[in-house]
Design a protein around this ligand. Structure first.
Ligand code: SF4
Length: 708
């Protein structure tokens, strides 16, 4: 049935999908029809929406919604569900200690939800076993930023892409994964055809439509390509000597470890010498260069090193902190950046502080007035579920994410949850592959019902505003967490509205900046003390916002960096191959990623029929010559197998695939297709620095499918 209006008129909110963070205008007419349009006043999209954003109205139905709290599959009252959750968590803590409890959260949560979850776990339970699915998306970028800049910060903004004379898009199918930013780039290139676009990707993707050059490098060889660029910039005299001397350190060591000739780069990356030279020379002679990177760089066992190899090139040539230049990490999820602000990763603390620093721990504990504070970094996503599997973790609370589909070695994750004594899931749906394994299910409000803030890839905080009443008995995540915290006996969780949480978050950021003389990039003290009305009316703004009334900050790294001596680090990195190499048994390399019209595990986009018109079922893309050698036919089913699992998918021939590589999208699950979870096949290797899994490089075989 059509839902009644919660707010009359048009509500301005934010799209819940990718890290572009587009502004949305939503309204409900007298017949209960929902109307969605791009918000022309939002600086991220200026009225544009992509296919997913435009189809948001079709995703708000009650189909599959979890409408009531459930324990063991039985509907219970909120009071019973919350008390049981608290009592069973307490029982695990009493018997096995706090390290036996973990939370696994999500870049789909709003900042206020994320903040309260981290406060409960790190400040009150006293463990740091809270990690997020953002670990799978941008933790390598976080590690790279911290190593280079001394803090996790993004120097650029979307406008810099339009101002650049050269845009390098590496490890990112921007056209499908961040469509509105891609549209902005297309429009800018139409106006200035001389803008040069280079796409670096083993696959030919739709992003190549605007490429002046496509470098189809061998998977995993990015560090070799960018180290070669660093050497070449030095050899050809493109070092910004003054910038390097005044603002950086480590250039000599980085150059020593990067030393590669163009011939060596071409050999390692499987590229032609002439195309490598053309890229290097263009980069060297163009001042305004932005390098955009995303999961193709981050999701690697060398993810952090890849990020630093890119940043090194911008630091050596001084191309950072000014309009139209800089390294630019695009986040995958709507609030990956907001999660970073509140310490959503298991190795971070709120306000971008570090769990490894005793002074930071003391500062946060004092601010919270909490009984304890986690004393060391917690388990990262892959290790966290391994600890569930081994029995070290005996209770896990999963919020707004579907790890049985999305984590690597996904069958092992399912086994882990099947054997875990206590699995709690807060979600909007009752039928995800993960929710089906939960002992306690807690119904959370969905996008159209939620109030709070999210932060996009360019550090812009935007309000998400609900325009529909909560479905059934669904409640906001911050409320659910706070209620459980209170039932565990903790003070400091008596919030009644998200504005109060945002205020505390803003005040903590100001407090974090008061401890020493090094200004931190994350500071939203200027947004503290907003009234409920001011919070509701908050306009999109880029942090840092240090003073009330200051209009935010478009660019960072303009005059100094955030290390103790304010200099950026060039980090010495060397190329190393992916952990698992193809061999005779598994001769192909599997790459995974998103398609244009689906989002994550399709819990929402799967409800919009128009989005399934694009691609209706799971598939594998393979070069026609490789397909011939393996005897797989176009349109037929094939079995793709690795050491970790197997999956059956439809074959598509694609001349855009390089030989020896195949591609399968991440979206389908047991719930949406007959267990076409590609996560079952993906290897569990991770970057030793960031913990981000190697989703882009799993050795596999492919063969015709037959029922045996
Ligand atoms: Fe939503 Fe991203 Fe599309 Fe914008 S580009 S409408 S944020 S999915």
């Amino acid at each position: 049935p059509a839902l009644p209006l919660a707010h009359s008129g048009t509500q301005r909110t934010t799209c819940p999908y990718c890290g572009v963070g587009c502004g949305v205008q939503a309204s409900v007419d007298g017949a209960g029809q929902i109307h969605i349009a791009g918000d022309p006043a939002h600086p991220a999209n200026l009225g544009r929406l992509c296919s997913k954003g435009s189809a948001l109205a079709a995703t708000t139905s009650l189909q599959g919604r979890l409408l009531h709290p459930q324990i063991g599959g039985r509907i219970e009252s909120w009071d019973t569900a919350l008390s049981t959750t608290a009592q069973r968590l307490k029982q695990v803590i009493d018997e096995h200690g706090t390290e036996a409890v973990a939370l696994y959260v999500s870049g789909q949560l709003l900042t206020e939800d994320y903040y309260v979850a981290n406060k409960l776990v790190k400040g009150y339970l006293g463990t740091a076993n809270i990690d997020t699915n953002s670990r799978l998306c941008m933790s390598s970028a976080v590690a790279g930023h911290v190593r280079a800049f001394g803090a996790d910060t993004v120097p650029c903004n979307y406008q810099d892409l339009e101002l650049a004379d050269m845009v390098v898009i590496t490890g990112s199918n921007l056209a499908w994964c961040h469509p509105v930013v891609y549209q902005r780039l297309v429009a800018a290139k139409r106006q200035r055809p001389e803008m040069h676009v280079v796409v670096i990707d083993p696959r030919g993707t739709p992003t190549c439509d605007i490429a002046d050059q496509h470098l189809a490098l061998k998977p995993g060889t990015d560090v070799a390509l960018f180290n070669g660029l660093l050497s070449d910039l030095h050899r050809r005299g493109h070092v910004d000597e003054e910038f390097v001397a005044r603002h950086t350190q480590g250039a000599r060591q980085a150059l020593d470890s990067a030393e590669l000739s163009v011939d060596e780069v071409a050999e390692l990356c499987g590229l032609g010498i002439a195309e490598v030279c053309a890229f290097y020379q263009r980069f060297g002679r163009t001042e305004k260069v932005v390098t955009v990177f995303s999961q193709g760089v981050n999701q690697s066992s060398a993810g952090a090193d890849k990020v630093n190899s890119i940043i090194n090139c911008h630091l050596l040539s001084g191309r950072i902190g000014r309009p139209g230049m800089g390294p630019f990490s695009m986040t995958g999820q709507p609030n990956a950046m907001g999660g970073r602000e509140v310490g959503g990763l298991s190795n971070m603390l709120a306000a971008h502080l570090s769990l490894s620093e005793p002074g930071h721990r003391a500062l946060v504990q004092e601010f919270w007035g909490s009984p304890r504070i986690a004393s060391q970094p917690g388990l990262k996503a892959v290790d966290l579920f391994e600890a569930v599997h081994s029995g070290q973790i005996k209770a896990i609370w999963i919020m707004a994410t579907n790890p049985v589909v999305s984590l690597p070695n996904a069958n092992r994750v399912r086994e882990a949850l099947e054997r875990c004594p206590l699995v709690i899931v807060s979600d909007i749906r009752e039928d995800t592959d993960t929710a089906r394994l939960a002992h306690i299910r807690l119904p959370a409000t969905g996008w159209a019902e939620k109030d709070g803030t999210v932060t996009n890839s360019e550090r812009r905080i935007s309000r998400q505003r609900g325009f529909l009443p909560a479905a059934g008995e669904a409640r906001p995540d911050w409320w659910i967490i706070s209620q459980v915290a209170q039932r565990l006996g903790y003070r400091g969780f008596d919030y009644t509205a998200p504005a109060q949480i945002f205020d505390e978050h803003a005040r903590l950021s100001a407090h974090a900046n008061s401890d020493d003389q090094t200004p931190r990039p994350f500071h939203i003290g200027g947004l503290a003390g907003l009234s409920a009305e001011q919070y509701d009316a908050l306009q999109p703004i880029q942090w840092p916002v240090r003073q009330a009334g200051d209009g935010g900050t478009a660019r960072l790294c303009t005059e100094h960096f955030y290390t103790a001596n304010r200099r950026a680090n060039l980090v010495a990195v060397t190329y190393r191959a992916p952990v698992h190499a193809a061999d005779a048994e598994f001769p192909f390399v599997l790459n995974t990623g998103r398609i244009r019209d689906q989002w994550h595990t399709m819990t929402r986009t799967g409800l919009a029929p128009q989005l399934s018109n694009h691609i209706a079922e799971p598939f594998v893309d393979i070069h026609p010559h490789d397909a011939m050698l393996c005897a797989v036919r176009e349109g037929a089913l094939a079995r793709v197998r690795s050491r970790w699992g197997r999956v059956v998918v439809r074959v598509r021939f694609s001349a855009e695939m390089s030989r020896g590589q195949i591609f399968i999208p991440i979206h389908w699950s047991q719930q949406t297709a007959s267990d076409a979870r590609v996560g079952k096949v993906v290897n569990p290797a991770v970057c030793p620095i960031s913990g981000e899994p190697e989703f882009k490089h799993t050795p596999v075989s492919i063969e015709p499918f037959s029922v045996d």
